[in-house]
Design a protein around this ligand. Structure first.
Ligand code: EPZ
Length: 428
């Protein structure tokens, strides 16, 4: 177990390279099971959710070789064990994407209930409804195994009751090889949905409309291997944008798609940062005070829920009272308790937080409760006076590549230490 120790109060300046998108990578890697031949995936982030996805593929019998630190060769031709047991599924939400791909390839899938961040209830009814409308039977077996099977998958017109990233991806994965045409309505439009569709099309799928409310899929009988480069991570980029604003810094954030960052940029401008856009970079700096704002999370192209904790943290030291409405998840303010331990004034009532700005945060020992909450606490530590120690940083390592190295290169005083070592040392 590791923790971060941050000596706060430094201005972060310089440039940082953004890695490939986690939420695209964890959908694209399972999708390599649909290829009759090898795939080479580039710009793969070096994070634990990616290692876990590759472990699942290896467990199934796929050949997985790194060609360089961000490029992996995956050949799923000789699969021997097409299921995802609990010990693999429990670590991450995206393990359930194996349901869609195994269904498409074998018409049968046994995948244990997924893990992932605890953000409140995370039902999978929309995934199940979508599979059923393609002709599958879905049951929950003893031991928490989701079993889906079908004689044949047949295209259908499927309307989702609510927008879901995971259900859009899973049903799209199942439908690529279904007979006939599948139309998915009221789908998610996040950049990683478009990236997955582009990846599948590069393997021979016929998917149109990804990025709009309606996706149309003409089923194909076979798909081939491909070389594909994953898009940059919107949320990692947004996190560094928030860090520049939080530390009165000046950071050039490279390898980004500025269009994907528009909703974040808009809020940062209102908060008082300056954002300059370039072709594949944004520069964010701040000279004046932070202003209060109202923030509401929404599906893309609205403000992303995965940036809510980082932005709320900025608002803890803004002038005045801000309101943050979390419209996606039931319970995504757990980190507020930790921020209050650092001197923040946040009142949470269900899905609404009222943040009364305070002059400064003070360093404290705190604990990350999930991935983005962890990133938010790092921002708090960077802003705070004194030393902040953050435990349970394995949550952060699920989604941020070399986070502390990147922060150090910008001038942060942050180090990662082993909690076990310290406990043992303390006992001696
Ligand atoms: C994805 O989760 C992301 N995870 C999350 O990012 C992100 O917060 C979320 O989308 C929203 O943008 C991955 O891509 C791996 P949803 P997902 O299905 O797919 C309800 C991060 O920090 N819902 O779009 O699980 C659900 O309860 C992670 O990187 C149903 O009711 O999210 C929620 O209220 C955390 N039934 C809403 O829809 C369903 O069958 C959106 O969930 C599915 C979802």
């Amino acid at each position: 177990m590791n923790k971060y120790i941050i000596n706060g109060g430094k201005r972060l300046c310089g440039s940082v390279e953004i890695s490939g998108a986690k939420n695209a990578a964890v959908a694209i890697l399972p999708a390599t099971l649909l290829a009759e031949g090898p795939c080479v995936i580039e710009n793969l982030p070096n994070i634990s959710d990616v290692s876990r996805s590759l472990q699942i593929l290896s467990h199934m019998g796929a050949t997985v070789n790194y060609l360089n630190p961000s490029t992996v060769f995956v050949d799923t031709t000789n699969i021997t064990s097409p299921s995802v047991p609990y010990e693999y599924a429990k670590h991450m939400r995206a393990s359930y994407y194996f349901l869609g791909v195994l269904l498409a390839r074998y018409k049968h899938a046994d995948v244990a209930m997924p893990g992932g961040c605890d953000l409140g209830a995370r039902p999978i009814d929309r995934h199940i409804k979508g599979f059923e409308e393609l002709g599958c039977t879905v049951s929950i077996e003893p031991g928490g195994i989701i079993r889906a099977s079908a004689q044949s998958l047949v295209g259908n017109h499927i309307f989702f009751d609510g927008v879901s990233v995971g259900a859009t991806i899973n049903v799209m994965l199942a439908a690529v090889k279904a007979e006939g045409v599948t139309v998915l309505e009221n789908v998610a439009k996040e950049p990683h949905i478009v990236d997955l569709a582009n990846f599948l099309n590069s393997m021979g799928a016929d998917i149109r409309g990804a990025g709009t409310d309606v996706i149309k899929i003409h089923g194909v009988s076979s798909m081939h291997g491909t070389n594909y480069t994953i898009i940059p991570d919107q949320i990692e980029a947004g996190t560094f944008m928030a860090i520049a604003a939080a530390t009165s810094g000046d950071i050039v954030i490279k390898n980004v798609i500025p269009k994907h960052l528009e909703s974040i940029t808009e809020k940062l401008l209102k908060i008082g940062a300056v954002v300059e856009e370039y072709d594949e970079a944004v520069r964010v700096y701040r000279e004046g005070p932070l202003n209060k704002i109202t923030l509401k999370t929404l599906p893309h192209p609205g403000f992303p829920t995965d940036m809510q904790p980082q932005m709320t943290t900025l608002l803890t030291v803004a002038n005045g009272s801000s309101m943050v409405i979390e419209d996606i998840w039931d319970n995504r303010f757990k980190y507020a308790t930790e921020l209050c331990r650092m001197g923040a004034n946040i009142k949470v009532d269900g899905k609404v937080a009222v943040v009364e700005g305070v002059p400064s945060l003070k360093g404290a020992p705190i604990r990350a409760s999930d991935l983005r909450a962890g990133a938010a606490l790092v921002i708090a530590g960077l802003m705070a006076e004194g030393v902040t120690e953050i435990e349970d940083i394995y949550h952060i390592e699920r989604g941020y590549e070399n986070f502390e190295e990147k922060l150090r290169s910008l001038g942060a005083d942050i180090k990662k230490v082993s909690v076990c070592d310290k406990t043992v040392a303390g006992a001696l």
